[in-house]
Design a protein around this ligand. Structure first.
Ligand SMILES: Nc1ncnc2c1ncn2[C@@H]1O[C@H](COP(=O)(O)OP(=O)(O)OP(=O)(O)O)[C@@H](O)[C@H]1O
Ligand SMILES: [Mg+2]
Length: 273
């Protein structure tokens, strides 16, 4: 039973007289424990798809079925509210996840108390430790953490309620490259431990390769390519995927710097070197 199934989903927005088809005819199933990377150029519909997937935005057409049989496209607000804790979203800017006037403990402990059993503070501290944070961070205000630390706290905030699905929308964009690696590993190991599905929206194909099992490539609201991450990134078939791979910045390969001959990818890989 998939955690979430999109069936023929359309979302459009009106900009004056113009209608933007942000998501068109999307069919997608996400299984428990699965991580799907969602990539595509800016404006291709990735965040819109993520918002539909957690019931924040209703599609114009199609269905979005949860494992409990609720269709997020048509369910009552009350039914959507009841299922929302199991569908978590973390976005690029972690400051959006917390009230600036509250210590992190005030944001995290009530959620921990409502969902799950056992002493809430101990569970949060344990999850913080898994995310590379200490108990001391829990008693600070959001602006007393670095952006990367606060993003890890935002991920802990989303995971403490034990969701079935985590939509991570460019969560690494404000985090330095070395920390990205660590957070990606923490997410994967936590996922292996407790099991949840993840939709990992990113512009970074290298990161997508490290985090995800499968990938979908979006263009103008449509899924134009999909498959196991290695095969799509190593043998892309759609021009949109090829463009994304070609856009990865290149650096001179270390051994070729002297001769200035070689080119090596900074991240990712593929047949287009
Ligand atoms: N709330 C909204 N109101 C009107 N138009 C919107 C809204 N949200 C998104 N759009 C439009 O829908 C399209 C898809 O936007 P979306 O944010 O999903 O793209 P994206 O792939 O996440 O882009 P990015 O990589 O820049 O984050 C864009 O044309 C955007 O302008
Ligand atoms: Mg986006």
């Amino acid at each position: 039973m998939p955690v979430l199934s999109f069936r023929d989903v359309d979302v459009s927005f009106r900009h004056g007289r113009q209608v933007v088809h942000a998501v068109s005819a999307v069919m997608l199933s996400i299984d428990d424990g699965d991580t799907i990377a969602v990539v595509g150029e800016s404006g291709s519909g990735k965040s819109t798809l993520g918002q539909v997937g957690i019931g924040l935005l209703r599609p114009d057409r199609g269905s979005v079925l949860t494992a409990s049989g609720i269709d997020l496209a048509t369910a009552s607000r009350r039914a959507i509210r009841s299922v929302r804790p199991s569908l978590q979203l973390v976005v690029q800017n972690p400051y959006q996840a917390f009230s600036p006037r509250l210590r992190l403990s005030r944001s995290l402990l009530p959620a921990a108390r409502r969902f799950g059993s056992g002493p809430a503070r101990d569970r949060v501290v344990e999850l913080f430790a898994q995310m590379g944070l200490s108990e001391n961070h829990l008693d600070r205000f959001p602006d007393e953490l670095s952006g990367g630390q606060l993003q890890r706290a935002a991920l802990a905030r989303a995971l403490i309620v034990d969701p079935a699905l985590l939509v991570a929308d460019e969560v690494m964009a404000g985090v330095d490259v070395a920390s990205q690696e660590g957070i990606a590993e923490l997410l994967r190991s936590h996922q292996r431990r407790v099991g949840f599905a993840m939709v990992f929206i990113t512009h970074d194909l290298g990161l997508a390769r490290r985090v995800a099992d499968r990938i979908i490539v979006m263009e103008a609201g449509r899924i134009v390519e999909r498959g196991p991450i290695e095969s799509v990134l190593d043998s892309p078939r759609h021009p949109a995927t090829v463009r994304l791979l070609d856009a990865i910045p290149c650096l001179p390969a270390a051994e070729n710097v002297e001769t200035a001959g070689g080119r090596g990818r900074l991240t990712g890989g593929g047949p287009h070197d």
